[in-house]
Design a protein around this ligand. Structure first.
Ligand code: GRF
Length: 228
């Protein structure tokens, strides 16, 4: 799998993927190109430090989203990219892009979709007072933060949480689930039927049967059925 990673900012998810590739945890995966839409994206620095090829295509130099996307496609195809990971890429992609990599574009979003799509999801979750926050890796379609879901992770959110504190907790999980999703895709274990993404051999019990935040206290933690 020749991966292209698209970034706009810090690139910590890119770093997590680079680290897993370098550790040998993503067999068959190479990062062919890191592409940014902004020259200042720190992800470009991370890629260069890791010896990964980089390019910057500034969206402000294009008159339409389609023209920008066509240039992205050209750069990625020139680098032999067959799979694209959006990692904090802050531009909406058009069919010009998606049709060039059908079923091969992934995104990570810092919320349990379909809750809190769009920007500033971490702060919105903190303000809303959710008790389970989290993140999602999904396939990308033409709607924002919408395509079929590969994996989701939940973290507890407390009444004291801020965008910053909750965001850090979510980000730590992002760095685990994105490489995992890519490993599944690279090893051919993913099948998509409509909105259902099935990972062959994966444990769908989620490690436990349920999770509440706050934790259930006695007697509500025990199995119980009302006498009828
Ligand atoms: C992450 O929270 C990701 O979920 C969102 O943008 C942020 C990117 O962070 N799409 P980084 O650039 O990977 O550090």
């Amino acid at each position: 799998m020749r991966l292209g990673v698209l970034v706009s900012g810090s690139g910590s998810n890119l770093q997590a993927i680079v680290d897993r590739v370098q550790a040998g945890h993503l067999p068959g995966v190479s990062i062919a190109l890191v592409l940014a839409n902004a020259p200042g994206a720190y992800g470009l620095v991370r890629a260069t430090k890791a010896g990964v090829a980089t390019a910057c295509v500034d969206h402000r130099e294009f008159s339409s989203r389609q023209a920008f996307d066509a240039e992205l496609v050209r750069r990625l195809q020139d680098a032999g990219v067959d799979t694209v990971a959006l990692a904090g890429f802050m531009r909406i992609l058009t069919p010009v892009f998606l049709d060039a990599f059908p079923g091969r574009v992934l995104n990570i979003h810092p919320a349990i979709l379909p809750a809190f799509p769009g920007v500033h999801a971490q702060g919105q979750q903190a303000e809303y007072g959710v008790r389970l926050a989290g993140c999602t890796v999904h396939f990308v379609d033409e709607h924002m933060d919408h395509g079929p879901i590969i994996i989701q992770a939940a973290v507890p959110a407390t009444p004291q949480d801020t965008a910053q504190s909750l965001g850090e907790r979510i980000l730590a999980l992002e760095h685990r689930i994105y490489p995992q999703a890519l490993a599944w895709l690279a090893s051919g274990r993913i099948t998509v039927r409509g909105r259902q993404v099935e990972v062959a051999g994966a444990d769908y019990a989620g490690g436990g049967r349920y999770w509440t935040v706050p934790t259930l206290e006695p007697p509500f933690d025990a199995d119980w059925a009302a006498a009828s």
